[in-house]
Design a binder for this molecule. Structure first.
Ligand code: ATP
Ligand code: MG
Ligand code: MG
Ligand code: MG
Length: 469
């Protein structure tokens, strides 16, 4: 059985042997890209290379990229603990061609790695192509010898990638692994595609057009390749597991949490253990890349992730700060591949400890209110948005924490009244400032703050340059 660290190396070395430069992961906070909250795909660090603005000394690259999808357009936060395949932090393995090889080689390389190097059986694999991409359809038939029934044409945006409203774009091909009929779900494009039976392991993007203003799309003179494969999903397949949370890395993290809380990894507290393990990774990597918890922007997303994990620690019966005690287990698993984790270990521990100490002061009281106010609600009901706002404002409960707490009972939060309460409070704050005689604050600061987005409700919604492969 190959461990996560070995699988990462196998991938990178395979592409290095095929003429690719091994390029280190870029940080989670994208450089010079204020439109993107966090790096959410391998191609993010190469955006300018794809558009030709930047030149590199190589035209083929391979990476294992740290990604966070917990805000902006790609937000998998709500999936964590509920699907077998989503994390907030994950590693995206990728190979890139900057105007060098194209579709045929990309499919050849991917197929060779998956079936020869990784040894996956062909009959478990399915590929999708964009609805009109006859070329890719033909290549999957020719190179992989897949029967036509397992090359599925898909019309939606999942199979057509665009960097933004304008710029490079093109069709995608996704490779799926069939985990077998004991698991609910159906092939891509079928009504049961949302299930976890067929899991997408690799996405190949064929950048072959340039989208111009006004709907015109021109062929690129030198088409490019951008691919992304989730390391944890590949590891699950290679380790004979269905669920990402059953791979060696997560088993080790979950064991560390279970040891400290006496929770049973297979018992009813399974989801909490997974959420904590996932959020521990996201929080630690974000902190090591310079993000600190705060009340706005990136820092607020980090705070939401941390506090959500801390509520689950409370659910497991932890009576004192827990998260900081888990950092050692994480650096043992991932420190070799990401030495920045080891360098920042003390900072990560201290940040987690301080945040949890602080949050615990209001957590218990807030949870008591949440329980009391939701006691009479049943599946399908709505939780009062005003109370959700009090929990946010007075007890430090991010909205998504309240939503997460009620989700398993099928109760949603009345977001409209939550937003109203938020607006009322802002108006009150404005009025208070107006009375203080500080005119500049009223006319400059508040409009600016609202425009630039000081909270999660405003921030990054204008994201244009999309990073997903
Ligand atoms: P899905 O449809 O399963 O949500 P996706 O199409 O959104 O995946 P891509 O944007 O194509 O994912 O990203 C490339 C690869 O990264 C995917 O094929 C998958 O292996 C992996 N991946 C994407 N999102 C996650 C996540 N939240 N956690 C773990 N791996 C992920
Ligand atoms: Mg997705
Ligand atoms: Mg997909
Ligand atoms: Mg995809």
């Amino acid at each position: 059985m190959s461990g996560v660290n070995e699988i990462r190396s196998t991938f990178l070395n395979f592409f290095a042997a095929n003429g690719h430069e091994i390029v280190p992961s870029s940080p989670l906070v994208p450089r010079n890209d204020p439109t993107l909250m966090f790096t959410n795909a391998g191609m993010v660090q190469f955006k300018n290379v794809f558009t030709g603005v930047e030149k590199r000394p190589y035209n083929r690259a391979t990476t294992s990229q740290k990604c966070v999808r917990a805000g902006g357009k790609h937000n998998d936060l709500d999936n964590v603990g509920y699907t077998a395949r989503h994390h907030t932090f994950f590693e995206m393995l990728g190979n890139f061609s900057f105007g060098d090889y194209f579709k045929e080689n990309a499919i050849e390389l991917a197929w060779k790695l998956v079936t020869k190097e990784f040894g996956l059986p062909k009959d478990k694999l399915t590929a999708t192509v964009y609805i009109d991409d006859d070329e890719a359809f033909g290549l999957w038939k020719k190179i992989a010898g897949l029967p036509e029934s397992r090359i599925i044409r898909i019309a939606g945006s999942d199979n057509f990638w665009q960097m933004g409203d304008t710029g490079p774009c093109g069709p995608c091909s996704e490779i799926f692994y069939d985990h077998g009929d004991k698991i609910w779900g159906g092939p891509p494009g079928s009504p049961e595609a949302d299930g976890d039976r067929f899991i997408e392991i690799w996405n190949l993007v064929f950048m072959q057009y340039e989208q111009l203003e006004g709907g015109v799309r021109n062929p690129l003179p030198k088409p490019s390749i951008d691919t992304g494969a989730g390391l944890e999903r590949v590891a699950a397949v290679l380790q004979g597991k269905h669920d990402n949370y059953d791979i060696d890395l997560f088993v080790a993290l979950i064991r560390a949490i279970a040891d400290l809380t006496n929770a049973d990894p297979q018992g009813p507290q399974k989801a909490s253990l997974r959420v904590i393990a996932d959020h521990l990774r996201a929080s630690s990597f974000l902190i090591s890349d310079g993000v600190l918890p705060s009340n706005e922007g990136r820092g607020y997303v980090l705070r939401r992730i941390m506090r959500r994990a801390m509520r689950h620690a409370q659910l497991l019966g932890a009576r004192e700060p827990l998260m900081h005690k888990l950092v050692g287990a994480l650096t043992r698993e991932m420190g070799q591949a990401y030495p920045e984790l080891i360098r920042a270990e003390a900072l990560i521990k201290e940040t987690l400890r301080l945040e949890e100490t602080r949050f615990r002061k209001t957590l218990e009281r807030g949870l008591a209110i949440l329980d009391e106010k939701s006691a009479s609600l049943t599946k399908g009901d709505m939780f009062d948005g005003d109370v959700a706002f009090t929990l946010y404002d007075t007890f430090g409960f991010p909205l998504d924490l309240t939503q997460d707490a009620l989700k398993s009972r099928g109760i949603s939060v009345d977001q409209a009244s939550f937003t109203d309460a938020m607006e009322r409070q802002k108006a009150k704050a404005r009025a208070a400032w107006a009375g203080s005689g500080e005119a500049a604050t009223e006319t400059v600061w508040f409009p600016l703050r609202e425009k630039l987005g000081a909270t999660e409700f405003l921030g990054y919604e204008t994201e244009t340059a999309e990073g997903a492969v």
